[in-house]
Write a protein that binds this ligand. Structure first.
Ligand code: NDP
Ligand code: HSE
Length: 429
C-alpha cells in the first residue's frame, strides 16, 4: 500500500488523541483511505518536555522549517491552537503545497476568508471539522446533508468546558473554580480558559456555523456575547424552582433577511432534551424548512472525540480530494447579511433583584415593567437576610430594549439595591 507522510503541529490534548487513533485504528484507516499514513514529524514548543507517550526522537521537532521544507510531507495537521503562529504555519504549509486539517476555530473565525483564498490559489485542501463541537460532524452536516434546506434556526451547546462547569454546579453543587479546574485537567479547556468561560470560543464556532448555514460572511464581533462568569448558585436554584436549567447557548436565526446571532447563558425548560446535555457533551438543534428539527449530540471536547474528527478529515483528503465548503468568516463586511442589534432581539427573561425589604417595592417594580410593555409571568420572593431580600421575575416575551429601559428605572428606586442577574429564556416554541 502506498505510504503518505503527514505532520502534526502540536502534541497536546488533541495531538495525542490523533496519534492514538492513527495507531489504534491503523488497519481500518488504511482500508478506508487506501494509504498507509506515517506521522513523519510532530512540532512542539518544548522538545525536552516529559510526555506520556514516548515518541521516536527523530519525529519530534521544535522547528517548523523541518516540516515546511520536507517535500515528502503531504498533509499538515494544525493542533497548536492560538492565533499568530497557527495561521502563519498553515499559510506557509499551503504555499509549500501541503493540505491542511485544523481544529482551530479562532483562526478560522478571524481569517477564514484569507486561508480559503490561499488554499484555492495553492490547490490545497483545507479541512476543519473539529473546529466546531469536537466529535460531532456538524460541518459536514451543514455543508452536505442539509443543503436542501433553508436553515431557520441553529441552537447549540457548543462549548464543552462551560457545559461541564454548569453541569457540575447544577447537578453536584460544585463551585465554579473547582469545576473549571476539573474541566482543564480533563483537557476540555483552551490554553487560556477565558475564551471558554467568557463565551469567545462559542462565538467563533457560531460564526463558522452561521457563515456556512446562511452563505454569508459573519463578523464574530457582531455576535452578542455573554459568558458564564456571573452565574451564581442562587440563579441555579431559582432556575430549578421555575422549572429551568441554565446552559450556555449559541443561537443563530434568520428572519426577514436579518441574522440574529447570540451567545449567552440561557434558562431552558428542564424537560427539553437540551437540558439533559451534561458534562463536556455538546448538542446542536437545527431547524430546517424541509427536514424540520434535527438534533446532533456527542462529545464536544476531549482528545479522542476531537481526534476522531481530525482523523476523519485526513481520511477525507486521502479519499476524495474534494475541498469542503469555504467558511466566509472575515472581518470585512462584503456580502454581509445584517446582524440584528441585540436591543431589537426578543426573549422571555429571568431577572433577579436585590432589594431592601420595604412595603411597596413589588408594586413599584411591577408598575415600571408595565409602563415599558414588559409583562410578568411569575414572581418569587426570597427573604434571605434581615436587611435585604431577593425578588426573581420571569417575563413574557419582551424586547431587550424594553427590559433595559425598565431596569434603568427600577435601579433608581430607593428600595432596590441592585439588579443581580438578567438571563434570557429559550422556550423552543
Ligand atoms: P494543548 O494546549 O493541549 O496543546 C498544544 C500543543 O501545541 C502542545 O503540544 C504545544 O507544545 C504545542 N504548541 C503550542 N504553541 C506552539 C508553538 N508556537 N510552536 C510549536 N508548538 C506549539 O491544546 P489542545 O490540544 O487542547 O488544542 C489544540 C487545538 O485544538 C486548539 O486550536 C483548540 O482550540 C482545538 N480544539 C481543542 C479541543 C479540546 O478538547 N482540547 C476540542 C476541539 C478543538 P508543548 O507540548 O511543547 O507545550
Ligand atoms: N475548549 C473547547 C470546549 C474545546 O471546551 O468546547 C472544543 O472546541
Amino acid at each position: 500500500m502506498e505510504k503518505v507522510k503527514i505532520a502534526i503541529l502540536g502534541f497536546g490534548n488533541v495531538g495525542t488523541g490523533v496519534w492514538k487513533i492513527l495507531l489504534e485504528n491503523k488497519k481500518e484507516i488504511m482500508k478506508r483511505s487506501n494509504y498507509d499514513i506515517e506521522v513523519a514529524k510532530i512540532l512542539v514548543k518544548d522538545i525536552n518536555k516529559e510526555r506520556d507517550i514516548a515518541l521516536p526522537r527523530e519525529v519530534l521537532t521544535d522547528n517548523i522549517d523541518d516540516i515546511i521544507n520536507d517535500e515528502s510531507i503531504k498533509i499538515v495537521v494544525e493542533l497548536i491552537g492560538g492565533r499568530g503562529e497557527a495561521k502563519e504555519y498553515m499559510i506557509r504549509a499551503m504555499k509549500a503545497k501541503k493540505h491542511i486539517v485544523t481544529a482551530n476555530k479562532l483562526v478560522i473565525a478571524n481569517w477564514g476568508k484569507e486561508l480559503f483564498r490561499i488554499a484555492k490559489e495553492e490547490n490545497a485542501l483545507f479541512y476543519y471539522e473539529a473546529s466546531v463541537a469536537g466529535g460531532i460532524p456538524i460541518i459536514r452536516e451543514i455543508n452536505e446533508s442539509l443543503t436542501a434546506n433553508r436553515i431557520q434556526q441553529i441552537t447549540g451547546i457548543i462549548n464543552g468546558t462551560t457545559n461541564y462547569v454548569l453541569s457540575k454546579m447544577t447537578i453536584d453543587g460544585s463551585g465554579f473554580n473547582e469545576a473549571l479546574k476539573e474541566a482543564q485537567e480533563k483537557g476540555y479547556a483552551e490554553a487560556d480558559p477565558t475564551s471558554d468561560i467568557d463565551g469567545y470560543d462559542a462565538v467563533y464556532k457560531l460564526a463558522i456555523m452561521a457563515s456556512l448555514a446562511y452563505g454569508t460572511e459573519v463578523d464574530h464581533d457582531c455576535i452578542y456575547r455573554e459568558g458564564i462568569r456571573n452565574i451564581s448558585d442562587i440563579d441555579i436554584q431559582y432556575a430549578k424552582q421555575f422549572g429551568y436549567t441554565i446552559k450556555l447557548l449559541a443561537i443563530a436565526k434568520e428572519e426577514n433577511n436579518k441574522l440574529e446571532l447570540r451567545v449567552h447563558p440561557t434558562f431552558i425548560p428542564s424537560s427539553h432534551p437540551m437540558a439533559n446535555v451534561n458534562d463536556a457533551f455538546n448538542a446542536i438543534l437545527i431547524k430546517g424548512n424541509a427536514v424540520g428539527e434535527l438534533m446532533l449530540y456527542g462529545k464536544g471536547a476531549g482528545a479522542l472525540p476531537t481526534g476522531s474528527a481530525v482523523v476523519g478529515d485526513i481520511i477525507s483528503i486521502l479519499r476524495n480530494n474534494v475541498a469542503p465548503t469555504e467558511v466566509k468568516a472575515a472581518n470585512a463586511k462584503v456580502d454581509f447579511k445584517e446582524v440584528k442589534k441585540s436591543n431589537d432581539n426578543e426573549s422571555e427573561f429571568y431577572i433577579r433583584l436585590d432589594f431592601k425589604d420595604k412595603a411597596g417595592v413589588l408594586g413599584d417594580t411591577a408598575e415600571i415593567f408595565g409602563k415599558n410593555n414588559v409583562s410578568i409571568v411569575s414572581i418569587t420572593q426570597d427573604v434571605a437576610h434581615k436587611t435585604h431580600s431577593t425578588l426573581a421575575f420571569i417575563t413574557h416575551k419582551s424586547s431587550e430594549k424594553n427590559i433595559n429601559n425598565s431596569l434603568k428605572k427600577i435601579v433608581e428606586l430607593e428600595s432596590v439595591n441592585k439588579v443581580e442577574s438578567i438571563i434570557r429564556i429559550e422556550s423552543f416554541n
